[in-house]
Design a protein. Structure first.
Length: 239
């Protein structure tokens, strides 16, 4: 089974645009799980421009499904928050400060020693670790050497090629990467730009995928189809 983790950052973006507490981000997390999501993802950034650190604390108190916090672990504030909140999983992303959205994976070769040390910090606290990487064999071999439990494949390139009608070309590097991940004994997540059009084909080609983390497209679809219905539509793509 591939789990659907719903990234609820966009609820916070909408809330922050007006001040106040509408929509309520904690309620969004509870609703997501009630509507069938297997997990909730948040991506707090140091400037707190969408999810705030306090949202993360409040969500942890109340949700019962898998909680995944993703973010830039070179920020001490992020590391402290994760260690305080103790989610089920932390996904380490090499974001720059002020970046619009994540746009590349770790260079696991160059950052090997750094990653070994930081992964140990989270694993010693009982938190499963996933690291965000591009579908490149060398990066996957590098990831295996860091001690990470899982990798999350950055799927932007898949999504953009898929959109151009190049489905087989789009998925090929991901299938090769996913085989290597499995061979090296790591768990496998994927995320970024996955949507109702491209998700099913991805899953069909990589049935051993453990989890997808989806935010932007799912929340956009929810504007038209409703949050509950949309979560069910995405879950159906993963069957
Ligand atoms: N995975 C990571 C590491 C991300 O940074 C993001 C975006 O916050 C996602 C998955 C979800 O991407 P999208 O919003 O395009 O579904």
């Amino acid at each position: 089974m591939t789990k659907l983790s719903v990234n609820i950052n966009k609820f916070a973006t909408l809330r922050n645009s007006r001040g106040g507490n509408n929509p309520d981000v904690v309620k969004a997390a509870v609703d997501a799980q009630q509507f069938g999501a297997d997990g909730v993802t948040v991506h707090p950034r140091p400037d707190e421009r969408h999810i705030r650190y306090n949202d993360v604390r409040e969500i942890k108190k109340i949700i019962t499904t898998e909680f995944n916090i993703e973010g830039n672990c070179t920020e001490q504030k992020f590391v402290d928050l994760v260690l305080e909140v103790k989610p089920n999983q932390v996904t380490l992303v090499p974001d720059a400060l002020g970046q619009l959205t994540s746009d590349h994976g770790w260079d696991t070769v160059k950052n090997k020693n750094y990653l070994i040390d930081i992964i140990k910090v989270f694993k010693n606290a009982g938190i499963r670790v996933s690291i965000f990487i591009d579908p490149v064999i060398e990066m996957i071999e590098g990831a295996a050497a860091t001690g990470t439990d899982r990798v999350e494949l950055y799927t932007e390139a898949y999504a953009s090629h898929y959109k151009n009608g190049e489905r087989d070309t789009a998925v090929k590097p991901y299938v090769d990467a996913a085989k290597k991940v499995k061979e090296l004994g790591m768990g496998l997540n994927a995320g970024h730009d996955l949507d109702l059009n491209n998700l099913k084909f991805f899953k069909q080609n990589i049935p051993w995928l453990d989890e997808v983390s989806i935010g932007h497209a799912l929340i956009c679809d929810a504007l038209y189809f409703g949050f509950e219905n949309t979560i069910q539509l995405y879950k159906r793509q993963l069957m």
